[in-house]
Design a protein around this ligand. Structure first.
Ligand code: NDP
Length: 344
């Protein structure tokens, strides 16, 4: 059983060498003793690289067990798509496809609480989509935009990290709603993708802008109604000065801060008061019980080609560490996925 193991807790930017790959023996049958009661054994097919995993690589105390530090010398854990290879749970049988949020970064995992897995019934779409558009990032874009942002037709929407797993979908949802949508991303190639593939009205490379406040003013001369925040730091500060009265900011993530020992201060927060802005954080795990509603909404759009999704698939579990750390330098173009083996 090939596994990706965290060597030690990480400070600063994560590196590929913070993890190593080891192979340990595995039985491909569950044992008959009590320890396997209700458990399932899964073969992992696709593993998801998600920015929040960086937090779990640090030894920081947290209030929320979903974000607790990874166990050292054990496989790291994240979202994944898997096939059941053995089951001692009445609800699952060999061959069933599932996705879940507690898959080990290994070829095979023992899942002790399979009731928390989501079954995959729709296989006319790529299975890897269940790590992205049909999984956690898809729900993040959907609930983050439609619920947290309270959007209205014609509003002006800005999205940072816009070409990524979440951002590319927020932009497409906002276009479906009839909003004016601008995104930023970290390369020419990504900017082109935003405009030509995802249908954003406009896009820019934030790395090319020395004055973010002025750049945003150029794209939003009348101000921003909705900011879908993925980045934080200087970007948030610049956006605050460009917000309209009664604007909304969905604080989805702040990836520019995750590797800093000392997070940057935000200077322009008083704008929130005077412009009557609603700034709201959210964590998608709180919405997981609404998964069926989300699936019913998004599947028809995918099938009709009205929503598209770009993935960046790295092949081979041994390349997982480099794919994961690549999120923090923007190496991924679209949703970063690891295909565990070449067999599927
Ligand atoms: P992405 O697929 O967008 O990958 C991360 C991207 O972030 C990189 O490709 C890079 O794109 C950008 N980035 C990396 N470092 C920086 C930096 N220092 N400054 C600016 N941009 C940077 O990731 P996701 O779509 O999965 O996640 C986007 C955000 O949403 C993250 O902040 C994440 O934590 C958050 N999130 C929150 C959830 C919630 O429940 N609240 C759930 C899921 C995600 P570029 O080339 O454009 O710089």
């Amino acid at each position: 059983n090939k596994q990706v193991i965290l060597k030690g807790y990480v400070t600063g930017f994560p590196k590929e060498s913070d993890m190593y790959v080891k192979t340990s023996p595995i039985k491909l049958k569950l044992s008959d003793d009590e320890s396997s009661n209700n458990a399932v054994l899964v073969k992992n097919l696709y593993l998801s690289c998600d920015p929040y995993m960086r937090g779990r690589m640090a030894n920081r105390p947290v209030d929320d067990p979903d974000f607790s530090p990874f166990t050292l010398d054990s496989p790291i854990v994240g979202h994944g798509v898997s096939e059941i290879v053995d089951s001692r749970h009445p609800g699952f049988k060999k061959g069933d496809l599932v996705w879940g949020r507690k898959m080990g970064w290994e070829e095979y995992s023992l899942i002790k609480e399979p009731e928390k897995l989501f079954r995959i019934h729709n296989t006319d779409v790529p299975l890897s989509y269940y790590t992205g558009i049909l999984g956690m990032p898809g729900m993040t874009a959907y609930f983050g935009f439609y619920q947290v942002c309270s959007p209205k037709k014609g509003e002006r929407v800005y999205i940072s990290a816009a070409s990524g797993a979440v951002g590319q979908l927020v932009g497409q949802f906002a276009k479906l709603m009839g909003c004016y949508v601008v995104g930023s991303a970290g390369s020419k190639e990504k900017v082109e993708l935003l405009k030509s593939k995802f249908g954003f009205d406009d896009a820019f490379d934030y790395k090319e802008e020395h004055d973010l406040v002025a750049a945003l003013k150029r794209y939003f001369p009348e101000g921003i109604d909705i900011y879908f925040e993925n980045v934080g730091g200087k970007m948030l500060d610049a956006v605050l000065l460009n917000m309209r009265f009664h604007g909304r900011i969905a604080a989805c993530g702040m990836i520019s801060q995750y590797n800093l020992q000392q997070p940057e201060g935000v200077q322009n927060l008083t704008t929130v008061v005077f412009k009557r802005i609603r700034l709201e954080g959210f964590i998608i795990f709180d919405y997981f019980d609404q998964y069926p509603k989300f699936l019913d909404f998004v599947l028809p759009y995918i099938r009709e080609g009205k929503i598209v999704y770009v993935e960046d698939i790295t092949e081979g579990l041994e390349h997982g560490p480099s794919a994961l750390v690549g999120l923090f330098s923007g190496r991924n173009v679209g949703k970063q996925v690891v295909k565990v083996t070449n067999e599927c």
